[in-house]
Design a protein around this ligand. Structure first.
Ligand code: COA
Length: 157
C-alpha cells in the first residue's frame, strides 16, 4: 500500500538516500538536496512516499511558493521536487501517490482549493502521469526553470 507522510525522524535517514535515475535528477532534484532545502524553508513541508511503510519517493508541498500565483484568487498548494526512487519506478508508485495526494493536502492545508505544479515540456512521462491523475493544463507557460519551458498544471481539490 502506498501512502504519504510528513518526513519525521523515523524515516528521514532513509528518505535522504532516495533519488531518481541520474538523467532524471534535473526534473526533481535528489532527496539529499531537496529534503534539507525543504526543512530550511519555513513554508515548505517535506513529504515521504511510503510503500508498505518503506520510503520510496519524495515530494514537497509549499503554500507560499511563487507558482501559487498562477491560481489566484484560489488559494493553492504547490507540489515540488516529486520523484520516485530509481530502483522502484514503473511499479505504479507515482500513480498511487498522486491518488493519495488530494486527501493528504486537504488534511494539511484545509484552505487550499487546488494543487499547482510546473512540469518541463521535455518530461512527457511526468506530464502524462499528472494528466491521468486529474491535473488540468492551465495553458500557461512557466519560464523560471533551468531546463526549458514548463507547463502549469492544476488539480482541483
Ligand atoms: C515521473 C515519475 C515520478 C513516475 O514514477 P513511477 O512510479 O515510475 O510512475 P508509475 O509507475 O505510476 O507509472 C506511471 C505511468 O508512467 C509510465 N512510465 C513511468 N516511467 C516511464 C519511463 N521511464 N518511460 C516511459 N513510461 C514510463 C508507466 O508505464 C505508467 O504508464 P501507464 O499508466 O500507462 O502504465 C518517475 O519517473 C520519476 O521520479 N521521474 C523523475 C522525476 C520527475 O520527472 N518528477 C516530476 C517532476 S515535475
Amino acid at each position: 500500500m502506498v501512502c504519504l507522510r510528513t518526513v519525521d525522524a523515523a524515516v528521514r535517514q532513509q528518505v535522504l538516500g532516495l533519488a531518481p535515475a541520474p538523467r532524471q535528477a534535473r526534473f526533481s532534484g535528489v532527496a539529499a538536496d531537496t529534503l534539507p532545502a525543504a526543512e530550511r524553508h519555513h513554508t515548505r513541508q517535506a513529504v515521504a512516499v511510503l510503500r508498505d511503510e518503506q520510503p520510496v519517493g519524495f515530494l514537497a508541498l509549499d503554500h507560499a511558493d511563487p507558482i501559487c500565483r498562477y491560481t489566484v484568487p484560489e488559494p493553492s498548494v504547490a507540489l515540488r521536487a516529486f520523484f520516485v526512487d530509481a530502483g522502484v519506478q514503473r511499479q505504479g508508485i507515482a500513480t498511487a501517490a498522486l491518488r493519495a495526494l488530494p486527501a493528504f493536502v486537504t488534511r494539511q492545508h484545509p484552505q487550499a482549493q487546488c494543487v499547482v505544479l510546473t512540469v518541463n515540456f521535455v518530461n512527457p512521462v511526468a506530464v502524462r502521469l499528472y494528466r491521468r491523475a486529474g491535473f488540468v493544463d492551465t495553458g500557461r507557460m512557466h519560464l523560471g526553470g533551468a531546463f526549458g519551458p514548463q507547463h502549469v498544471l492544476v488539480l482541483p481539490l
